[in-house]
Design a protein around this ligand. Structure first.
Ligand SMILES: O=C(O)CCC(=O)C(=O)O
Ligand SMILES: [Fe+2]
Length: 327
């Protein structure tokens, strides 16, 4: 029998995403911590995804961040474009609808072909990196008004809060792997993470009828260590199953969806999986689907760290698959 801290969030088409009570890891006894950590690791090793409840981020804080995000996207388009995203190195600022096509493709012609097939992603986003990097300043609306100052304060605080949860989830992964629970601390304490606010505007059902390949965000994997994904109740997020079908990752109130990303897969010699996911038309029937909001917090190891296979993830029988790398 499964311990009470572990239940199921998604179970379909061989995709098993566990729902984990994280308080059992943070404040349970040694046995409970280990059992919980192993279940969390198992989720990352099979689905590549888990859901967390009792993750320690107060509900009011998440709600306040969603509220600020919604207010931000209501700003005039001209104002938002003054804060526009510029380069991948900076990876900060605003991207208007149609600008981004989320995909794993790298060739420009391939991306264009995909855009023609699926349409541009139906979303706009705002990215906020670690504050205080002289070469890559964040773009803040505090230049416009008092509301902009409130936005900045909330986002900086939320960035910090999520940074702490990153360290805790990595610690649970370490315990699951049977290595020192603080192994990842010095890799993840720098906060080289990106907070991405996402707004998928209201959209007519017809749009998906006219183009059956139309998506709200194209299939992709994430880059870094893990992603903390806060989603509203609109629905539409899907995760690729082991049988290669996209399965609904149905929203569960007050939980966070956490997925392992590309660098963690590499870092763990592919023991943890970075699984494709996308956002499509919500499963609910409607002529007009309401706007959807989500907040993705993309975590990374500190950019100055050299990343090579985690102890215990390789052996004589399964040697290291990858060279160590810098960022
Ligand atoms: O909006 C979502 O639920 C998913 C967003 C996502 O996967 C991403 O931005 O990488
Ligand atoms: Fe993603």
């Amino acid at each position: 029998m499964k311990p009470a801290a572990i239940s199921s969030a998604v179970s379909s088409d061989s995709l098993e995403i566990p729902l984990i009570d994280f308080s059992a890891f943070v404040s349970g006894d040694a046995t409970t911590r280990r059992t919980t950590a192993r279940a969390l690791l198992e989720g990352f090793q099979t689905a590549g995804f888990i859901y967390l409840r009792n993750h320690g981020i107060p509900r009011a804080d998440v709600q306040a961040t969603f509220a600020e995000s919604a207010k931000f996207f209501k700003r005039p388009q001209t104002q938002k474009e003054l804060m526009c995203w510029t380069t991948p190195e900076a990876n900060r600022g605003y991207s208007q609808p149609g600008r981004e096509k989320t995909t794993d493709l790298t060739d420009a012609a391939d991306i264009e072909a995909k855009r023609a097939e699926e349409g541009a992603d139906l979303k706009e986003s705002m990215e906020i990196g670690r504050e205080g990097e002289p070469d890559h300043p964040n773009q803040w609306p505090d230049q416009f008004d008092e509301d902009g100052k409130v936005f900045k304060k909330q986002m900086l605080a939320f960035h910090d809060t999520c940074k702490e949860l990153h360290v805790k989830v990595m610690s649970a992964i370490a315990v699951g792997l049977g290595i020192d629970e603080h192994y990842f601390d010095s890799f993840c304490d720098g906060g080289d993470n990106t907070l991405r606010l996402l707004h998928y505007p209201e959209v007519r059902h017809e749009v998906f009828v006219k183009n059956e390949n139309q998506v709200r965000a194209g299939a992709h994997t994430d880059y870094g260590s893990i992603t903390l994904l806060f989603q509203d109740m609109a629905g539409g997020l899907q995760v690729l199953s082991p049988n290669k079908n996209f399965i609904d990752a149905t929203p569960i109130e007050i939980t966070i969806v956490v997925n392992a990303a590309d660098l963690l897969a590499r870092w763990s010699n592919d023991r943890l999986k970075s699984t494709k996911h996308r956002v499509v038309e919500p499963p609910t029937k409607a002529d007009v689907h309401p706007a959807r909001y989500s907040i993705a917090y993309f975590c990374n190891p500190n950019f100055d760290r050299f990343i090579e296979a985690i102890p215990g993830t390789y052996s004589v029988e399964s040697p290291k698959k990858y060279e160590g790398i810098n960022r």
